[in-house]
Design a protein around this ligand. Sequence first.
Ligand SMILES: *Cc1c(COP(=O)(O)O)cnc(C)c1O
Length: 403
Amino acid sequence: MTENEKKYIYADNAATTRMSQTAIDAMLPYMSEIFGNPSSLYTIGQKAKEALEEAREIVAAQLNASPKEIFFTSGGSEADNQAIRSAAIIGSKKGKKHIISTKFEHHAVLHTLAKLEKEGYEVTLLDVGSKGIVDPEAVRNAIREDTALVTIMYANNEIGTIQPIPQIGKICREKGVIFHTDAVQAAGHLHIDVKEQNIDMLSISAHKFHGPKGCGILFSKTGIPLSNLIEGGAQERGKRGGTENIPGIRGMAAALKEACENIDKNAAHLIPLRDKLIAGLDEIPYSELNGDRTNRLPSNVNFCFEGIEGESLLLLLDDKGISASSGSACTSGSLDPSHVLLAIGRPHEVAHGSLRLSLGEDTTEEEVDYMIRAVKDVVTYLRNMSPFWRDLTEGKRPHVFAE
Ligand SMILES: *Cc1c(COP(=O)(O)O)cnc(C)c1O
């Protein structure tokens, strides 16, 4: 690859996205003219209050929820924490202290569950199989008399696999168990209908669909009493103290509406690019796609390469102008391999050599071609320097993948 071919490609849209102009434009008035506190009684306070409630209506409409079921939070992590804690408290009042989830949830869910275990709850983490998809029947079989909550993500943030949420929702509804889904990777990218899909609680984060960071949504069905994580004033109907982030909430509502209106159009653009990228990387010997080939987010490509160190791969790709990810942002920097890749059965040594490329609506075919060339070059370069790879080629270690 020649120097003048060098470009900048952002391929980490699962980590965060660039804000859309629609979102920025929706925020600006609430940072200047309409800066009032929605709790204030004078005009600019009340205008901010109206803007807040209008945003709630916009968000509710995208999910087929009622505005009073929408609670604004500081992001996906807070929404996950509040949903799970609330359901745990509801359960414990009825003597139910069992929670079902999966091995490959986001840490906002897994770490909350780990804390609840220390507080006396029992947690069952379901397997996700080699394709990274939960079997609804496994959920049914895991539900017990004392199950308080089932929490299963809508789409996985590392490998992009989409879970059978409507089927799981139906089972939970039949069994009378609260069903929460971390829909942070799905919202604005897949069609969500909380009624049709029998979802009781759902978490969303604005910065994963071109909205601002630090802004999220917890949907909680009428009749499910939320517990506070943050005590304070009567904001969010007493369920989340603190002056509302009106600019963020307006930006988030506008971004969600825009994303939801374009779900099919974006998927039609992204799926052929995703599949071209997968086909290109498939040509690299001793590599494998992670997660199901088609039942995955239109934007997600995730591979494991034998004999590669993920961190080196990222640094060399960065040199070629490509922003990508290995494991999740929260775990990179630590030496633990991704819990998601281990959950789908990847051995430690290949789990370390993973690469996630998450495309965006503005990704082009030319960029995909460039990424294929760049990854091939970098993988070859790194393997040529690796003593571990030499052992593999000399037969001193067994290969994990076929050539
Ligand atoms: C990004 C992400 C979160 C965390 O959302 P924040 O708004 O960054 O707190 C939670 N779950 C999943 C699946 C995510 O991808």
